[in-house]
Write a protein that binds this ligand. Structure first.
Ligand SMILES: [Zn+2]
Length: 68
């Protein structure tokens, strides 16, 4: 297979706090390798929330014709 290239652009994905609706959630502990649980906390109100196999904020790359 030949090497192929395409242009993509980076997009930041954030999660807005469910408790206060203002702060962004940020990872505050390492992922549990068994369950994939990653604890996050709100940068404004300190609300804790656990996501599984997902981390915020994160950067994804999308092609020019793809939607977010
Ligand atoms: Zn909050």
């Amino acid at each position: 297979m030949p090497e192929i290239k395409r242009e993509v652009r980076p997009v930041e994905v954030n999660y807005v706090c469910d408790a206060c609706g203002k702060g962004m959630m940020a990872r505050c502990a390492d992922m549990d390798p068994g369950t994939g649980a990653i604890e996050h906390r709100c940068l404004i109100c300190d609300h804790r929330q656990t996501f599984h196999w997902r981390e915020y904020p994160r950067i994804v790359h999308i092609g020019p014709d793809e939607s977010i």
